[in-house]
Design a protein around this ligand. Structure first.
Ligand code: FES
Ligand code: FES
Length: 165
């Protein structure tokens, strides 16, 4: 059985030979590719700490078999900033204290980016809370997280309006 696969991770194409076809995308990222920004919390799809974008959609990477995403485009927290320039969602998390210990933060940020891309965030805090409900924060930084996503949403809207004008 051929267990080699190709992934584009943060814009870089990687050819990977899998020792075990049962490896999850989360373990592949953390243990094979040393991309440890994506966190392992529950390892069973309940906390969202492992959220990454696969072909633009947010998923819990602990529940995804790596091999089933052969050829996919993966974005992890390591790939969202542009050099020294933070992503607007990262800036908003800093500005609104959307974190305390920081363990859940990479997953929160990836989930927020996914939510904005889905166009479902709007300007209603309740909708944002619902859209982010798969990402738990043991420190209870939810208020700052919601405010950060709201601000990021406004920043993305403003940028889009400028592009159209
Ligand atoms: S580690 Fe994947 S959902 Fe908790
Ligand atoms: S900031 Fe500590 S778990 Fe969310």
């Amino acid at each position: 059985m051929n267990n080699s696969m190709t992934l584009t991770v943060n814009g870089v194409q990687r050819r990977i030979a899998l020792d075990d076809p049962r490896v999850t995308l989360l373990d592949l990222l953390r243990e094979r590719l040393q991309l440890t920004g994506t966190k392992k919390g529950c390892d069973r799809g309940q906390c969202g700490a492992c959220t990454v974008l696969v072909d633009g959609r947010r998923i819990n990477s602990c529940l995804a078999l790596a091999i089933s995403h052969d050829g996919a485009d993966i974005l992890t927290i390591e790939g969202v900033a542009c050099g020294d320039r933070l992503h607007p969602v990262q800036e908003a998390f800093l500005a609104h204290d959307g974190l305390q210990c920081g363990f859940c933060t990479p997953g929160q940020i990836m989930s927020a980016i996914g939510l904005l891309q889905e166009g479902r965030a709007g300007d209603d805090p309740e909708r944002i809370r619902e859209g982010m409900s798969g990402n738990l924060c043991r420190c209870g930084a939810y208020q700052g997280i919601t405010e950060a996503v709201l601000e990021a949403q406004r920043a993305v809207h403003a940028a889009n309006r400028k592009e159209v004008a």
